[in-house]
Each structure stands twice: as structure tokens, then as C-alpha cells.
Design a protein around this ligand. Structure first.
Ligand code: PEP
Ligand code: MG
Length: 573
């Protein structure tokens, strides 16, 4: 048994088809001065061919998986023409006298290294996208035919070192039952597409492809992130029955899509989705989201050479709010700093960036950036139901300062006769313990609270959210975390304000029981988690949930709480 990352849920059992890593042989070739032009043309032709192929893939994907996934390949086709790549390649050909294949190979390696080094998981996984485009470019320069997964005729489970997004796009779901790769994480486009195709997948298995042979039997357990090679009879039997249970559950969950998140005694809460780009709205609505509880706008600012201007931002926000068609959308203002850096924004080096000038702290110190975003949000606010949320709030003064700037922008827009929602609600993320403790002091300054447990846990436990060695400390069931959350909900309610949660905890079915019991108004999570949480909510009464919450608050350790919730959840479902 090998443990990896649960990239796409489900259980697949079948025979292995090992995909050899496509090794493109590149020997260092220097060219003469008079060959420069020829190599530049070779590169340009390869770019055009790659672009054409990727746009064709995007059309196929659009038919198979919808526009949202097709956009990945439109983005890939743009990467083929990426200016940084072009500049690097042309320089290597003209100044360093490298042949086109050598130049592309080196430039792609440099760019992927740059992305891989980024701490933000989403950004670092963009390295795979560049690598995918790079392989296609090299194939086209060297005239090597690309791998074609369409040709698979038997039912198989793919095992490979890595699977590029464009290879994944060609997967025929009837033949490929699942896949397992040595590399990759949860937010790679390969993983995202596997989830859309609903093919079980485990990634990050390190050296699986070297340990396995064609025709071995393999179980891919995408729920727990496990693979089992040549299982014994009993394991195989158990997994077959788990697979049937899982498939039954999935079809039941699908039936819940259009039903409200309402308890058996009629108490209703809102289940919303977290998104990073306008394209994510499709998945949100597809899973029955009743709103967007967190739009992480920083992705709009990343992966580019300059700040997005007001119109660009306006277009993105408008797209989201229009697609949401009257359902509420909470736009979080820029949360940059910490692990998320912008190449074009010079920030001071900090010893502890997570405790440094990030998010609202940065926006209040560089109000020009903030003002542009607020103008764009306000302009988009006439196209639907938008709310504004400030991240990383630690003091009431920060809220007042942010609201003061908002007020200034509102009056500028009003003077210029630009339409906006003058009643737009403003709220704060509660992700710093001080803010959770002082919730009563904030209540008068905000329309709503949204609890950001991802950061709240790391700051409360002093355990870096990305440090795997501290995962035991980074524990959402620690009584300290639950007490902080309770305080926020209680104080918010006392003041008649609305409380949501947009950290990962919101998508945890066991936590849903407590949060429902405490009276939370909204849970916002990865879209894919919505159906399961909805099922939990529809399986209990509000009274039962309150009793569960009360019991949990009598317990003294996370271990006790976890085991109680585990048993309780099994009972109610
Ligand atoms: C959080 O901290 O809980 C949160 C939702 O914000 P992010 O994960 O973007 O830091
Ligand atoms: Mg946060």
C-alpha cells in the first residue's frame, strides 16, 4: 500500500497501463550566425502549431467537459505565446547561439523552476502547465508525434510519473478507470480535470511508476489517497464493496443538488462555494452553491507582469456576479503577502511573512492599489448582489480605515455619476485570534463576519498551515479553535449580524454538525464538498445539532471530540 494525495474521489480497480515518460532527447547544439534566422523561424512555426493543437484540444474538451475546463487549454495556448518564454528563447538563439530545441528546453526549465519555487500551491502547480506546453513545443520543433491516449482500447488504470493536463483531457472515461501518478498535488489542472471527469485519482506517489509493471492489478483509492498493488483476495473484495457503496452515495448526493440545506425541522442555512477565478462559478453552481462565500481575488493579480487595471478587475467581478444571477457573492479584497507574492510589487523582505505586511495591512499602506480594487468592485455591484470582505483584520481601527477609504471611493463615483450599490454590505474575515476574541467590539462596524479557519488555526496554534510536520498541532477540533468560533457566532448573533465560515473547516461534514448547532448562517467551501455537507444538514434537526454542539463544548481534547463526532455522524447519516 502506498500513500499519496487524494486528487479525485472514488475507487477504481483494474489492470495497470504504465505510461512511459516521454523522453525527448536533446543534445546541446550550437548554431552559426547564419543559422539564427532559420532557428527563429523554426521556433515561431512550432509556437503556431502548438497553439493550433491546443485550441483544437480546447474544442474537444469543451464538448466533453464544458467551457470551464476548455479554458485551461485556451490558457495553455496563450502560454505557448508567452512573452517571457519568447524573449528567453529568442535571446538564447540570437545571443547564445543555441538551436531552437535547446533554447526552448532551457527556457521552459527556467520558467518551471521559477513557478515550482513559489510557496503558493496553486502557483507552484502552474509549473506543470508550462512543462506540458514546453513538451508540445519541443515535439513540434523536433517533429515527434505526441502521445495519444485516445488509442487505449481496454479498460485500464493509468500509472505514470506525471500526467500532463493535455494528456488528461484526451482520456476516454469509458476506458480509463482511474489514474495514479508519482508527481502532482491537489490543485494541479490534472487533478482538477480528474475531478470533473469523475475519475478516481491519486497523485504524489513519489516512485510508484518505478515499482509497478504493466498488467499488475491496482486499486486506486481516491478517497483516502491510497493505492494498493496486487491486492490479496480479501482486500480486493472489501474494496469492491466500498466502491459500490461510494457509487450509491454519489448518485444519492446528486439528487440533493436542487434541494435546500435545511434541517429535518426546517432550519435553513446557506451553502456557498469558494472560488479563485470567474471560471470556477460553473463548478460552484453545478454543485448547488447558493452563493459565493469567498472570491479570492488575488489570483487576478498573480501570474502576470503588472497590476490588473480597474477595467480588467471590473470585467472579472462583473462576470462572476452576472453568472451568479442574483445569488450573493462575497468579494474578498486583495490578500497578497504571506506566501503569495507579486513579481511586480516590491515588498520588504520579512522574517515572518505570514505575520507581516499582508492583505489589509498592505492595502492600508498602499491605498492606491486598494482604491482601484474598490472602484472596480463598486462598479460591478450594480450587476447583482455583491458584498465586500476585508481579509486579515486584527483591529477595529483597520476596519474603520478601510471603510473610510470605501466611503471616499463611493463619493467619487457618485460625483462622477457612476452607478454602484450604495447599500453594499461590508464584512471582515475572522482569521486572527484577537479578532475572534474581540468579536463583540467589531460587531458595530461590520455587516457580517466570515470565519477563515485556515489562518485562524495556524495563528491560534502557532503552527504553519503548510508545515506537514506540524499537522497534528494544526487541528480544527482543538477546543481553543472551537471556543473562538463559538464566541464569534454568539457575539455576532447578539448584535443581529450574519456569520459565515469560508475556511476549509466549512466543508468538513463533522464540523457541520457543531457549526449548525451553534447557529452559523452560511458555510462556504470547495464546490465539490457542498453535496456531502448538505446531506449532513438534511439528516438532523436543529435541536439535535445544538445538543451535539453542547456536548462537544464539555469535552477536553480534540481526540475526544473527533471520536465523538465520528460516531455521531455515522449515526445520523
Ligand atoms: C482562511 O484563512 O481561512 C481563508 C479562507 O483564507 P485563505 O485560505 O485564502 O488564507
Ligand atoms: Mg486567510
Amino acid at each position: 500500500m502506498k500513500k499519496g494525495i487524494a486528487a479525485s474521489p472514488g475507487i477504481a480497480i483494474g489492470k495497470v497501463l504504465l505510461l512511459e515518460e516521454q523522453i525527448i532527447k536533446i543534445t546541446l547544439t550550437k548554431i552559426d550566425n547564419n543559422q539564427i534566422q532559420e532557428e527563429l523561424v523554426k521556433f515561431e512555426q512550432a509556437v503556431q502549431k502548438t497553439k493550433k493543437e491546443l485550441l483544437q484540444i480546447s474544442e474537444q474538451v469543451c464538448k466533453k467537459m464544458g467551457m470551464e475546463k476548455a479554458e485551461i487549454f485556451i490558457a495553455h495556448s496563450m502560454m505557448a505565446e508567452d512573452l517571457l518564454l519568447k524573449e528567453k528563447v529568442e535571446k538564447k538563439i540570437s545571443d547564445e547561439f543555441l538551436s531552437a530545441d535547446n533554447a526552448v528546453n532551457q527556457a521552459i526549465q527556467e520558467i518551471t523552476k521559477l513557478f515550482s519555487a513559489m510557496k503558493d500551491e496553486y502557483m507552484s502547480e502552474r509549473a506543470i502547465d508550462f512543462k506540458d506546453v514546453g513538451i508540445r513545443l519541443l515535439n513540434n520543433i523536433l517533429k515527434i508525434p505526441a502521445q495519444d491516449l485516445n488509442e487505449i482500447t481496454d479498460e485500464v488504470i493509468l500509472v505514470s510519473k506525471d500526467l500532463t493536463p493535455s494528456a488528461t483531457a484526451q482520456i476516454n472515461k469509458q476506458k480509463v478507470l482511474g489514474f495514479a501518478t508519482d508527481m502532482g498535488g491537489k490543485t494541479s489542472h490534472t487533478a482538477i480535470m480528474a475531478r470533473t471527469l469523475e475519475i478516481p485519482a491519486v497523485t504524489g506517489l513519489i516512485d510508484l511508476s518505478r515499482e509497478i509493471k504493466n498488467d499488475d492489478t491496482i486499486i486506486v483509492d481516491g478517497i483516502n489517497g491510497l493505492v494498493i498493488i496486487n491486492p490479496d483476495k480479501k482486500t480486493l473484495q472489501d474494496y469492491k464493496s466500498d466502491r459500490n457503496k461510494y457509487l450509491n452515495e454519489v448518485s444519492q448526493l446528486k439528487e440533493l443538488k436542487n434541494l435546500p440545506a435545511e434541517t429535518k425541522d426546517g432550519f435553513r442555512i446557506e451553502l456557498a462555494a469558494n472560488i479563485g477565478t470567474p471560471q470556477d462559478v460553473v463548478g460552484a453552481l453545478g454543485n448547488g452553491a447558493e452563493g459565493i462565500g469567498l472570491y479570492r481575488t488575488e489570483f487576478l493579480y498573480m501570474d502576470r507582469d503588472s497590476m490588473p487595471n480597474e477595467d480588467e478587475q471590473f470585467e472579472a467581478y462583473k462576470q462572476v456576479v452576472e453568472k451568479m444571477d442574483g445569488k450573493p457573492t462575497i468579494i474578498r479584497t486583495l490578500d497578497i503577502g504571506g506566501d503569495k507574492k507579486l513579481s511586480y510589487l516590491k515588498l520588504d523582505e520579512e522574517m515572518n511573512p505570514f505575520l507581516g505586511v499582508r492583505a489589509i495591512r498592505l492595502c492600508l499602506r498602499q491605498p492606491e492599489i486598494f482604491k482601484i480594487q474598490l472602484r472596480a468592485i463598486l462598479r460591478a455591484s450594480t450587476f447583482g448582489r455583491l458584498k465586500i470582505m476585508y481579509p486579515m483584520i486584527a483591529t477595529v481601527e483597520e476596519v474603520k480605515a478601510a471603510n473610510q477609504i470605501l466611503k471616499e471611493i463611493k463619493s467619487q463615483l457618485a460625483n462622477a455619476n457612476v452607478a454602484f450599490d450604495s447599500e453594499i454590505q461590508t464584512g471582515i474575515m475572522v482569521e486572527i485570534p484577537a479578532t475572534a476574541i474581540n468579536a463583540d467590539l467589531f460587531a458595530n462596524e461590520v455587516d457580517f463576519f466570515s470565519i477563515g479557519t485556515n489562518d485562524l488555526i495556524q495563528y491560534t496554534m502557532a503552527a504553519d498551515r503548510m508545515n506537514e510536520n506540524l499537522s497534528e498541532l494544526y487541528d480544527l477540533y482543538n477546543p481553543a479553535i472551537l471556543r473562538l468560533i463559538k464566541n464569534v457566532i454568539v457575539e455576532s448573533k447578539k448584535a443581529g449580524k450574519w456569520t459565515g465560515m469560508c475556511g476549509e473547516m466549512a466543508g468538513d461534514p463533522m464540523s457541520a454538525l457543531i457549526l449548525l448547532g451553534l447557529g452559523i448562517d452560511e458555510l462556504s467551501m470547495s464546490a465539490i464538498a457542498i453535496p456531502r455537507v448538505k446531506k449532513v444538514i438534511r439528516s438532523v434537526t436543529k435541536k439535535e445539532a445544538s445538543e451535539i454542539a453542547n456536548k462537544v463544548f464539555e469535552m477536553k481534547s480534540s481526540k475526544e471530540i473527533r471520536s465523538y463526532l465520528n460516531k455521531t455522524l455515522e449515526k445520523v447519516l
